[in-house]
Design a binder for this molecule. Structure first.
Ligand SMILES: [Ca+2]
Ligand SMILES: [Ca+2]
Length: 486
């Protein structure tokens, strides 16, 4: 058992900050979640110390806070007060010299009010971004959320579900936890607390500063809160949203892939035919969206891919290479309890057919209800010249959308000219072995610009691993973990 230490250390880097003072709060040796986390803190006129989000600091042995770049002044702090219902903490020290605290607003937040969050999104120096109060600015937290997301709140420290919060339009990012949310007079109205992003869900909330009621915690309180806290700040919810969009594919003992040269229409790149066992796996029901990928870019400071003028949000991300797709997956895996990957070629083809042995999962004839293809290549007019928002078209029997068309999808396998020597394990992407070419990778399913032929379940295609185009995206897979009957 890790020895819990109430005394935390706060280093302050002194700078000339133009507004009131905000601090990056970096907590280490935490009992639960990552051993190191970063968030934001600030001082208000009457706080005499640094206010921050409790969920990031309870259960951590040491807290370092700093301000911009400059000389470090070390101050020893302790978590002096908490409001566990509102998920906030106050760090105090007799050696802390108040410099430039924020004024606290006396007026309630109103609908549509322009707000600003001043804080440190994880790994990014930029500290200020614009927000707006939603139409109903004060909401009970659980009213903001879908029933399924309430489960998430049970697993982490957040305000109590029936606590009032300020409902915000705009993104609170990892690292914004504990940041001041200010009005146009630069007065604090709230403390940034949480957000849910991923798929269609995008909600941010903050604690009204005038609602906070401080109490002095016992050591037991802090230890308990430390154990209940989970993962890093509120990036956690995004990764949970990803997991909620996965569906289990049961697999089969007998999956026929490829063809014999004597069969009509059999291309050499699909030979020879083989029978393979497809082991169970999880697949994301939709292509990875701009909303999901942009979040990765926001947090990591990566340049966002172009959307071709078609729009972002729930459209599939495009203009990303096979290498980019794998960077995205590596980042998720660093932050999630699960391990995601690209599908293998076998898994992709099995999922795309969903048991059908026809050209498409619904039959042999092109059908605009099921896929976004190209009307200039004898695909019926489906209403979309470019990409369509994911899940616009009907899913297959496995409940998976857009495997055929919309964007073609990178899979994990290197390119091989045919199936000679392909692995027997459906979960194993086919890499260098046999005359394979890992400068090129397989993509499947065809795109909005696809001919009828390129949209077939069995069609194999390749591109260079660093190739980017407006017709190529990806989706996620993950293998089962032991509790899921591996
Ligand atoms: Ca189309
Ligand atoms: Ca697709």
């Amino acid at each position: 058992m890790l020895k819990f230490n109430l005394v935390v250390v706060l280093f302050i880097m002194l700078t000339n900050f133009s507004k009131a003072d905000v601090y990056t709060v970096a907590a280490s040796s935490c009992i639960s979640g990552p051993s190191f986390r970063e968030q934001t803190g600030f001082e208000s006129v009457d706080s005499q110390g640094v206010i921050t989000a409790l969920h990031g600091v309870a259960g951590c042995e040491k807290i370092i806070a700093f301000q911009g770049k400059g000389d470090i002044e070390e101050v020893v702090f302790s978590i002096a007060k908490i409001d566990s219902e509102n998920d906030v903490a106050l760090l105090l020290s007799e050696n802390f010299n108040s410099k430039s605290p924020f004024d606290v607003s006396k007026s309630p937040v109103v609908a549509g009010q322009e707000l600003e969050v001043i804080g440190f999104p994880l790994g990014i120096d930029e500290i200020s971004s614009s927000l707006k109060a939603r139409k109903k600015p004060i909401r009970i937290l659980s009213d903001l959320l879908e029933p399924s997301t309430e489960l998430i709140l049970d697993k982490r420290r957040s305000p109590e579900p029936d606590n009032p919060v300020i409902s915000i339009e705009g993104h609170l990012l990892p690292g914004h936890s504990g940041a001041p949310i200010v009005n146009s007079n630069n007065e604090v109205v709230a403390v940034a607390n949480g957000g849910l992003r991923g798929g269609a869900i995008e909600i941010s909330w903050a604690i009204p500063i005038n609602n906070i009621k401080w109490t002095i915690p016992s050591l037991d309180d802090l230890t308990r809160l430390g154990h209940e806290g989970l993962n890093d700040l509120f990036s956690f919810e995004s990764f949970t949203a990803i997991e909620r969009s996965m569906v289990k594919i049961e697999g089969t003992k007998h999956f026929e892939i490829g063809c014999d040269g004597t069969e009509k229409g059999c291309k050499s790149r699909r030979t020879p035919k083989r029978i393979i066992e497809v082991k169970p796996f999880f697949i994301s029901i939709s292509e990875v969206t701009f909303s999901e990928y942009d979040y990765f870019c926001d947090v990591t400071g990566r340049e966002k891919p172009d959307d071709n003028g078609w729009g972002r949000g729930d459209r599939p991300v495009i203009n990303i290479s096979w290498n980019d797709a794998n960077d995205y997956i590596a980042w998720i895996n660093k932050n999630s309890d699960y391990t995601y990957r690209l599908l293998t070629e076998v898994e992709w083809e099995y999922a795309a057919g969903a048991g059908a042995d026809t050209r498409f999962f619904w039959g042999d004839a092109p059908d605009a209800n099921y896929a976004n293809g190209d009307q200039n290549y004898n695909w019926p007019d489906d209403g979309y010249v470019g990409t369509a928002p994911v899940k616009t078209f009907k899913p297959n029997k496995f409940g998976v959308y857009d495997l055929i068309g919309n964007v073609a999808e990178w899979v994990g396998d290197c390119w091989h000219d045919n199936y000679v020597g392909a692995p027997r394990n459906s979960r194993e992407p086919w890499l260098e072995r046999r005359p394979g070419d890992c400068d090129r990778h397989v993509n499947r399913g065809g795109a909005f610009i696809g001919s009828v032929n390129s949209l077939k379940i069995t069609r194999r295609a390749w591109k260079q691993s660093d190739f980017k185009s407006n017709r190529l995206g990806f989706r996620l897979a993950r293998s089962l973990i032991s509790s899921e009957n591996l």
